[in-house]
Design a protein around this ligand. Structure first.
Ligand SMILES: NC(=O)c1ccc[n+]([C@@H]2O[C@H](COP(=O)([O-])OP(=O)(O)OC[C@H]3O[C@@H](n4cnc5c(N)ncnc54)[C@H](O)[C@@H]3O)[C@@H](O)[C@H]2O)c1
Length: 299
């Protein structure tokens, strides 16, 4: 499904990124594997994880190149795109799995915990989409672009229900959805498709989460996820853009965008704007049947 394409997998040194990089190579892609080799909290740095994914791909007969660096650094991602194009002549797809966690309740979270997580996830996605889309746009103007140009971002359940203890992570992931939807609309004119993947799997990032208690490799392992990113990078997803696709074990889903659930309209000519008292009077009418208390049991 990915023959003759060059796919860049960021955060490809472990977990979902590693499995996706290997699957993309199995589907015929040449893969560029980026990773900074940090621990779950973003500490340390090591070129080895990206190289080990490349070794795995090469051992199976595939072609790959390791690229060590921080996706949140805009000059690094420019270099990553330039080196990929120098080496292989093209970039057909980019997917970003680079991520860290620094959990804390919002009232105890310090500024560094906020900045580090928002930086890697949200700025990391911006940095990559910016670098690769600038290249695609230039190429499109010069020679009509490549036959396929796909950017896939990575989000999580935090954007839907919120995850207590992960205000930084949930905010970054929600921001990535805004970036993805905007980039999809901006880049369609250059034949670029931009989507979001919402995976759920057992990795070092999730193994201690209460929601994963009892999950096992067979039913929730990271090897169950790559079908979705491979499909979204393939010819079959040509008409998919601005969409969030979730995959968790055997479940595949399309996720809705935020929408107005219900609306009360008033004639501004008769009585002017909605006042607080006017809203109070009609709140029950607006909210009838709608769950207006959002909370997690135990908090
Ligand atoms: N595992 C899940 O259930 C799940 C659920 C929802 C979303 N996600 C998202 O999927 C992505 C991958 O998660 P995972 O579970 O495979 O985690 P993981 O910790 O196994 O992998 C993350 C990888 O990103 C790399 N990385 C971190 N910061 C980097 C940076 N600045 N530049 C380059 N590489 C960097 C790490 O070294 C690591 O190899 C993350 O964005 C995560 O938020 C995972």
């Amino acid at each position: 499904m990915l023959d003759d394409t060059v796919q860049m997998v960021c955060g490809g040194g472990g977990g979902l990124g590693e499995e996706t990089a290997v699957a993309m190579a199995e589907h015929g892609a040449t893969v560029v594997v980026n990773d900074l080799g940090v621990d779950v909290s973003g500490e340390g740095s090591d070129a080895q994880p990206a190289q080990e994914t490349v070794d795995r791909i090469e051992a199976a007969g595939g072609e790959a190149m390791a690229h060590f660096g921080d996706v949140a650094d805009c000059s690094y991602t420019e270099e990553l795109v330039a080196d990929t194009v120098d080496e292989y002549g093209a970039v057909h797809g980019v997917i970003n799995f680079a991520g860290i966690l620094r959990d804390s309740m919002v009232f105890t979270m310090d500024e560094d915990e906020w900045d580090a997580v928002v930086d890697v996830h949200l700025k990391g996605h911006f940095s990559l989409v910016r670098a690769v889309s600038a290249h695609w746009r230039e190429r499109y103007k010069a020679e009509g672009g490549f036959d396929r140009q796909r950017a896939l971002t990575c989000v999580s359940s935090g954007v839907a229900a919120g995850n207590p203890g992960q205000a930084n992570y949930s905010a970054a992931k929600a921001g990535i959805l805004g970036l993805m939807r905007t980039a999809a609309r901006e880049l369609h004119q250059y034949d670029v498709r931009v989507n979001a993947l919402w995976p759920t799997a057992l990795t070092r990032m999730t193994e201690d989460l209460p929601a994963m208690a009892g999950a096992d490799e067979e039913t929730m392992g990271p090897q169950l996820v790559p079908g979705a990113p491979v499909f979204l990078a393939s010819e079959g997803a040509e008409d998919v853009t601005g969409v969030t696709v979730a995959i968790a074990g055997g479940n595949l889903a399309i996720v809705s965008d935020p929408e107005r659930e219900r609306t009360l309209s008033k004639d501004l000519g008769e009585g002017g704007a909605w006042t607080a008292a006017g809203i109070d009077e009609r709140w029950d009418e607006l909210a009838e049947g709608f769950e207006t208390t959002r909370m997690s049991p135990g908090y």
